[in-house]
Ligand binder design. Structure first.
Ligand code: RIB
Length: 307
């Protein structure tokens, strides 16, 4: 029997430990430069789930962690943010992402893989989803050879009352049509940045084809400091202006945007209001160093009150 409980946000996004390196420029092949390091930080799929938790909503991780020191850092962050782990840990450790951050805030990623993308079928099947819960998945995992088949099968078997947010992520071109199309049809919310949305639209045959591919979804295109564009399922498009902040590091800003956007929708806000909060949160995140830099609910309230 499932007892009544508050709705929960569940992220399947692989968690990595980020190793940020601040550089004046990306070195040429074979070149050598000096940079500064700001130490390890919990990143990857943690950025979105922490953004939700910091708004005070129940948030959980359904991505695999290991027994090693990188995973211990994640568990420490989860305790602080009150994020629950829904799956068993595996022997081994999660990987790292070296992030090269230029003075403009632009980031370049180099990932080493660990056990972060090895979801176990029985772990996922134990998750008791309810109407009102939201599940998040990202293009990185949906194109990943290990996580993909198990994850996709589980996502497509979710009860229709649960929300499903898919973020396109940087590797969307690697997802096959056989996987992409049913997932798009299942989406409640589809998010991505300018480049990812443009790529998807051209892959499918244009913006109208994209709209038809996810008939139920609110599509949200992030446009950096300009904010975002909403594309509701019943037609039209709405631009929601962004907030200008001094950019320090853009790592994880898109994930912060998605997390806060979903919280707004879970709270019952109109999409425009939810997007306004998400724009404010992302603007604050880029003004802070490191991944998983989402502001708390009251900090977003304060930013909006000043705007
Ligand atoms: O989405 C942001 C994350 O993507 C990369 O995988 C880094 O880990 C970073 O924290």
């Amino acid at each position: 029997m499932t007892l009544h409980r508050p709705s929960c946000f569940i992220s399947t996004g692989s968690v990595l430990i980020d190793l940020p390196l601040h550089v004046t420029r990306i070195p040429a092949p074979g070149g050598a430069i000096t940079g500064t390091s700001s130490g390890p930080a919990v990143g990857g799929g943690y950025t979105v789930v922490s953004a939700v938790a910091r708004q005070g909503l129940p948030a959980a991780l359904a991505a695999t962690l290991g027994t090693g020191p990188n995973s211990a850092l994640v568990r420490q962050a989860m305790r602080l943010d009150h994020v629950e782990l829904l799956v068993e840990e595996l022997v081994g450790d999660i990987g790292t992402c070296t992030t090269l951050i230029e003075p403009s805030g632009r980031r370049t990623f180099v990932t080493t893989e660990g056990v972060e993308a090895e979801p176990q079928r029985e772990d996922l099947e134990r998750i008791d989803l309810m109407a009102g819960d939201w599940v998040y998945a990202t293009g990185y995992d949906l194109a990943h050879p290990t996580s993909c088949p198990v994850l996709v099968e589980w996502l497509l078997s979710m009860p229709s009352e649960a929300g499903f947010v898919m973020d396109l992520g940087p590797v969307q071109p690697d997802i096959s049509d056989a996987i992409l199309m049913p997932l798009l049809r299942r989406c409640t919310l589809l998010t991505g940045n300018d480049l990812e949305m443009t790529r998807l639209a051209s892959r499918l045959g244009g913006p109208d084809a994209l709209r038809r591919a996810c008939p139920e979804a609110l599509v949200v295109r992030r446009t950096g400091f300009r904010g975002c564009v909403l594309w509701p399922s019943d037609g039209g498009s709405i631009e929601v202006p962004g907030f200008v902040r001094t950019v320090v590091d853009t790592t994880g800003a898109g994930d912060t945007h998605t997390g806060v956007l979903v919280v707004g929708l879970m709270d019952g806000l109109e999409p425009m209001m939810a997007a306004r909060r998400a724009n404010a949160a992302a603007a604050e995140a880029v003004a802070r160093m490191g991944p998983a830099q989402a502001p708390r609910r009251e900090e977003i309230d304060a930013l909006l009150a000043l705007a």
